[in-house]
Design a protein around this ligand. Structure first.
Ligand SMILES: [Zn+2]
Length: 293
């Protein structure tokens, strides 16, 4: 065989391989286009299909939400939550370094999940860092879960007998996520502690379709997920402000009451910069340890 024909043969082989590679690239690209524009991103995790693809690529905040709300959330991609009715809810809007105002007014789910809630009695002074607050709520998430109108939320409420042994009051809370059963369980436990009665009798309120004072943001009470215990022992930043008192954190409720609510998935407004010590709301996602995921 001459040198020329040797050269021709290797050139032909190389061309052959180039064609195969080109064809493979084309196939992958077409699949990519179909995947991105027609099928949408494939869930990395889905309870329905049992797909679990590289769970580590799902943000911790999404994994906490999936664990906290198993009846409503069934899957995730690397940047969205998938609801039982197939709604895909975006997680991170990509906007970084929001100030406190922006975190409260235009948060995304990622902002909601970005702050740490310290469970139990050893928590830092809430007034040290204004942006470090679990008060941030991405409203569409709560509207979708509990209802976006008064009628929708109202249709899911149930009466709970508050302190049935000692006071026999009734209050409305939502049945979503069995919150009514959780409040009832808390109430029943409180009823076995007469020494705590003065702090929890005459509760300040439960369901109440209203905005947060001074804003047009819906309060957690609007969704029937919050309870205010006896106002008499409450410390509330706004009252301090209105009375010309300093913005200084204090708490007059026994920590055991706070721990009891936390046990059932409620966070306490007494751990916020803008302290509201009578206030508890159902936010189990904030109480999940990363290590347990
Ligand atoms: Zn409240």
């Amino acid at each position: 065989m001459s040198d020329a024909s040797l050269l021709n043969s290797s050139t032909r082989k190389s061309m052959h391989w180039r064609l195969i590679v080109l064809l493979l690239v084309l196939i992958v690209s077409v699949q990519g286009i179909i995947y991105l524009f027609i099928l949408g991103p494939e869930p990395l995790f889905s309870k329905e299909t049992g797909i679990i693809t590289d769970v580590d690529t799902i943000p911790v905040g999404i994994r906490k939400l999936l664990k906290a709300y198993p009846d409503y959330l069934i899957g995730a991609t690397s940047n969205s939550l998938i609801w039982k009715d197939s709604t895909v809810m975006p997680y991170d809007d990509g906007i970084q370094n929001k100030d406190y105002e922006a975190l409260l007014l235009t948060p995304d789910l990622e902002d909601q999940m970005s702050k740490k809630y310290v469970k139990g009695r050893d928590f830092p002074d809430p007034t040290e860092n204004v942006t470090d607050t679990t008060k941030i709520r991405y409203t569409p998430f709560f509207e979708k879960m509990y209802g976006s109108t008064h009628a929708e939320v109202h249709g899911k409420l149930a009466l709970v007998r508050w302190l049935p042994k000692t006071q026999k009051l009734k209050m409305y809370v939502t049945t979503v996520n069995d919150i009514h059963k959780k409040i009832q369980a808390i109430s029943d436990e409180l009823d076995n502690h007469p020494e705590w009665l003065k702090y929890v009798r005459n509760p300040g309120g439960a369901f109440n379709w209203r905005s947060i004072r001074g804003t047009d943001r819906k309060s957690a009470h609007s969704f029937g997920i919050a309870v205010d215990i006896n106002i008499r022992y409450a410390d509330y930043w706004l009252w301090d402000k209105q009375m010309g008192r300093p913005h200084k954190y204090k708490n007059r409720y026994p920590i055991e009451i706070i721990e009891l609510f936390e046990k059932y998935g409620f966070i306490w407004g007494g751990k916020w910069y803008y302290y509201d010590t009578m206030h508890f709301e159902y936010r189990p996602e904030m109480l999940i340890d990363e290590a347990s995921l």
